[in-house]
Design a protein. Sequence first.
Length: 409
Amino acid sequence: MRINGNPHGAVWLPPSKSYSHRALLAGALAGHSRIDRLILSQDTRATLNGIAALGGEYAYENDRVQLHRPMDGGSLLEIDCGESGSTLRFLIPIAAALRDKSVFVGHGRLMERPLAPYEQALGSMLRFTRDGQSLTVEGRLYAGDFEMPGDVSSQFITGLLFALPLLDGDSTLTLTTPLQSRSYVDLTLDVLRQFGIAIQHDDYRRFTVTGNQTYRPTDYTVEGDFSAAAFFLVAGALGTEVECCGLNEQSMQGDRAILDHLRTVGATVAHGANGGLTVSADRLVGVTIDVSDCPDLVPPLAALLAFCEGESRLVGAARLRIKESDRLASVTAELTRLGAHIEEFADHLVFHGVNRLHGGDCLAWNDHRIAMMVAIAALRADGEVTVDNPACVSKSYPQFWEDYQQADF
């Protein structure tokens, strides 16, 4: 696909993918709930597939999901998780709380992504068997005291926090190392609270969960996604006149940090005519940013730092190796292909800022965020830029190219 957009005007951002997954699962455990402002991306479809496989019933119409019959275990053994790490990691303990055996099927790199935290924490109760693109989990989850590192993906912690309230007895979850990606755990606790689930914690080191809790039917509206907005906010810093609408500036989303990072490099964040956020900049200066709590911001931040004067660094990024692509490698390869100066290390990237890029033929690596990164970087390219497999953005932001290419909103 030839990239030839110049986004300007008002962009209405899609609903938060992180909140969407959590709200769907909480609503499906409650039944008789409604989730408003939800767009069916590939990942949210995967979660709905899992809900149906576990006995839940739902209807989708006009960006609204009506959840009818709650999940009770169901009779369909296989759960197709697509390429969604959230779906897989959230559903493993939920399914094990509801039934004795489940087969999870994945695509792309999904089944290459680590599951060791579950295998270690739940190994006395559950048996995990991998076979190519499938994972069989046998056994039943029961109440107890669980331990897990805090410096692994927060998805493991979230999955357990969803499942433990269902069990016949009280449980604790103790983190053996300090918690990273705390903001995602906060999202989980926020959604659980709104659906009637109470969980106590001791400074995020020990979570105490009362058993036999009941998820409460709730009508829930999903707020705009800062992970998606980050690309267009960066586009503003690079000189486009775009207004990002539908965002909650007080959001608990960790990726709201993009606003602080933009200010740090010298950009100005303001409000536009439609009440959304706009970004502008006369000069961008190099900075060091720790992305351990906001790993999904690495691709848009990379497109930004490529143009910041002097040297910039993205640190705390080791877990980017196990995303939809190896994002330290894919970010480096594709921006370098366009003329950026980047050094790749095991757990960080170093940028030496340039003013303009040249054109080039880029790869998306079948990674939605890499395709969107290339599109934003192309705004400062003097030559033609193309990207293969542009449709991969449907994993999280199906209307991205429409928003990017539309000349007037």
